[in-house]
Write a protein that binds this ligand. Structure first.
Ligand SMILES: *[C@@H]1O[C@H](CO)[C@@H](O)[C@H](O)[C@H]1NC(C)=O
Ligand SMILES: *[C@@H]1O[C@H](CO)[C@@H](O)[C@H](O)[C@H]1NC(C)=O
Ligand SMILES: [Zn+2]
Length: 435
């Protein structure tokens, strides 16, 4: 009898401990210290698939801008494996995304350890970077000024500590693009534009990693917003399509339809903006024009496709709502990451098998007899890699670089049949033009 009781006790204890480790996530608003501690804890729970690193600069008040990377080879880019990022809380008083990314990191870690096939496929095939807060100072300001009903001010804490809105502080490449500026015009805009430390840190990060797909997480509305964010003529709101409008609409729709409420009619925050009627998505500039935003900077300065997620009417939801918000956003957050695998990817090499970097990848849509150049080139990495997000259809893809004979391939992009399906491989070998 005695030994049996003891056995049961030990069993209960072990069981309780296991439950505790697995379900340890606490839904609350993590302050900056707790945020960094939680990321450390997740890293210690899953050391083989996580790594923490900081962006190149700290916030004005000295908080690190900490990223958790989740991948099977932390710290290393693997050939042809797409890189993905989520950025939250760049508006310090829009706090839901920050807690969702902490929860997501913990979830990916736990599910990976428990051999969840979906999460393992996602993490095995994608290098994921999560930045829970790009504006930790603004978060502190917003949090210190919550009223007695836990209500937050609509604007206090939105900007960084110098009073600058980080999402208006990026070099305005839209205007260069709308005027058909040259590469030099782009570079000059980068050089002359003075930036806040948080913005500069983000810019350095974006320019030094081959991110393929990204979203930045906000609050105050419920909608998935896609480029362009800025109108070319300074008007308040005019639909301003990018060359990749179809693909962006697909990406935004993926988030909206996998979210429990975003694509439903009648979920609007303001009377005049029922985004549910548009399936929970909107072109940024057709909603309201924004200059100097991060989303368009991603698209125009790098190979990254970024959308902006407005996660709810309440910018600072009470802690009691966080678990439900996670349930509402979980599938959307996961499926959106999976979109890093749509379209085509491949290597561009020379006839000796050496990588050709900085080659351009240009796409022509020839689906159903249309004959349309998609006026947005992707360039290859130093390993000669490219990723070209595309919706299903028939395309001509060209790889070209000065000094080489361009090569064009026709490729059918099929719809993805499982969530583990990767981009279609299309490789190129370029012959040198001058011997
Ligand atoms: C993911 O990769 C790990 C390590 O290589 C492997 O053990 C696991 O089986 C993979 N999971 C899936 C679903 O392929
Ligand atoms: C290519 O053209 C087809 C037919 O018009 C269209 O359905 C598809 O969305 C286009 N693809 C892209 C990426 O624009
Ligand atoms: Zn915002």
């Amino acid at each position: 009898m005695y030994s049996k009781t003891k056995f049961i006790h030990i069993f209960t204890l072990v069981f309780a401990l296991t439950i505790q480790t697995i379900c340890s996530f606490e839904y609350k608003h993590h302050n900056n210290e707790e945020l960094n501690q939680l990321l450390q804890d997740i890293h210690h729970k899953c050391p083989s698939i996580t790594r923490l690193y900081e962006l190149s600069e700290k916030s004005v008040n000295g908080w690190p801008l900490t990223v958790i990377e989740i991948s099977t080879n932390p710290g290393e880019h693997e050939l042809l494996k797409p890189e993905f990022k989520y950025v939250a809380n760049m508006h310090g008083n829009e706090v839901l995304g920050r807690e969702l990314l902490l929860r997501l990191a913990d979830y990916l870690c736990d599910k990976y350890r428990n051999n969840n096939v979906y999460v393992q496929n996602l993490v095995n095939n994608t290098r994921i970077h999560l930045l829970p807060s790009l504006n930790p100072d603004g978060w502190e300001l917003a949090t210190a000024n919550l009223d007695q009903n836990h209500g937050s001010d609509w604007l206090l804490g939105r900007s960084n500590l110098n009073g600058i809105d980080i999402n208006r502080d990026f070099p305005d490449l839209d205007m260069v693009a709308f005027r058909h500026g040259t590469k030099d015009d782009f570079l000059n805009t980068l050089i002359y534009h003075k930036m806040q430390p948080e913005t500069r840190a983000a810019v350095v990060w974006l320019l030094s990693n081959p991110f393929v797909l990204s979203a930045n997480l906000h609050g105050g509305a419920l909608v998935a917003n896609y480029p362009f964010d800025e109108t070319p003529d300074g008007s308040m709101n005019t639909y301003t399509a990018s060359a990749d409008d179809t693909t962006f609409r697909h990406l935004a729709r993926t988030y909206a339809t996998n979210h429990k409420r975003m694509s439903q009619i009648g979920t609007a925050c303001e009377q005049d903006e029922d985004f549910g009627k548009q399936g929970g998505i909107t072109n940024g500039a057709s909603w309201y024009s924004v200059a100097g935003g991060m989303q368009d900077f991603n698209y125009l300065a790098t190979n990254t496709f970024e959308i902006t997620l407005e996660l709810g009417c309440d910018k600072y939801p009470p802690e009691s709502k966080l678990a439900k918000e996670w349930e509402d956003n979980k599938q959307a957050l996961l499926e959106f990451i999976n979109q890093a695998h749509i379209g085509a990817k491949g290597l561009v090499r020379d006839e000796n098998g050496m990588p050709v970097d900085n080659a351009i990848i240009r796409v022509q849509n020839i689906t159903d007899g249309v004959n349309q150049i998609i006026n947005h080139d992707i360039s290859t990495t130093k390993n000669g890699e490219y990723w070209r997000l595309l919706t299903p259809g028939l395309y001509k893809i060209m790889a070209a670089k000065f000094g080489y004979v361009p090569e064009v391939k026709t490729v059918m992009i099929e719809p993805r049949n499982t969530t583990a399906t990767q981009a279609t491989n299309v490789h190129f070998v370029l012959r040198t033009l001058f011997e």
